[in-house]
Design a binder for this molecule. Sequence first.
Ligand SMILES: [Zn+2]
Ligand SMILES: [Zn+2]
Length: 345
Amino acid sequence: MILMKAVTFTEFGGPEQLRVTEVVRPEPGPDDVLVRIHAAGVCYHDVLSRAGKIPGGQPGRILGHEIAGEIVAVGARGPADRVGERVVLYQRLYCGSCRYCLGGRQDLCRNSRVLGEQGGGGYAEFTCVPAQNAIPVPDGLDMNKAALAVCPVGTSVRAALGVGEAEPGQVVLITGAGGGLGLHQIQVVKSVNAHVVAVTRSEEKSDIVRKAGADEVIVSPDLKFSGEVWRRTAKQGVDLILENVVTATFGESLRSSAQNAMVVVLGNIGAKRVEIDPGLIIARRIRISGSGNATYKDVQTALHLLATGAVKPFIGHVCPFPKVSEGHALMERGVVAGRVVLNGW
Ligand SMILES: [Zn+2]
Ligand SMILES: [Zn+2]
């Protein structure tokens, strides 16, 4: 039995619940790889899990699903030639044999578990995953950036390129553009040379939104932005909308739509029901679609965008694993612009 360091929590609560402990290092099963974790992203999902505010979390489990590291051992049937390979871990332990997995939609697999909830998470020295979950990292891409390939960059790739099918020349509206997802979506959309109209509520965020590459920024404290969108698009409306907010913005997003626009719903801030005007949907042939986790292919795309510098992730704070409670506290207070990444013990 070999021990390893990990950060766990014994009961739901504040950031101070997170403590370094020693736990048994997992042993790779026949088809698994053992990964030494170099960097782990801290997702708002982890903060909510720790606080017991979302289903899936459990005290005693190791949080973290944004993991980059190096394969250090493989199981009996595992690919021995992959030892030493730098990898990011696909965050769902997907079955690989259901109709969704076989169709390339691992995000839809109903037999899957999530790293950091049911599987060993990223706040540890090592983790074990099936070899099919370890995705090679391009040479030259640093581990802190690679850790964000799955989420938030992969999530943005899924929404903008996978579901939204953004194309060169299209006009894309992004709500909540100053948030963690929005800032990465802007860059993903710019990678295909579409035109980004970003909406944010706060004047303070307009600089960072511009820095992320938005072509136009609409600061709209009252979120009545459709008139301004209409004006800026010469009354054409927008072809694609990435809706990160929804409750407070959905009506205005629909009113901003061009003919045959696609509205991708991926945020749920406020978590309230929204009203829709069926007449508007029909008249403009608006399509509405949900989006969630990245697929395996989306993560590969994300890694490529990161490696080529097309997407420069916003990393606001890097700290060693034992200081993770500091990172959670910063995120809860909303004082860090960009991601918190853990690296080093
Ligand atoms: Zn995440
Ligand atoms: Zn499956």
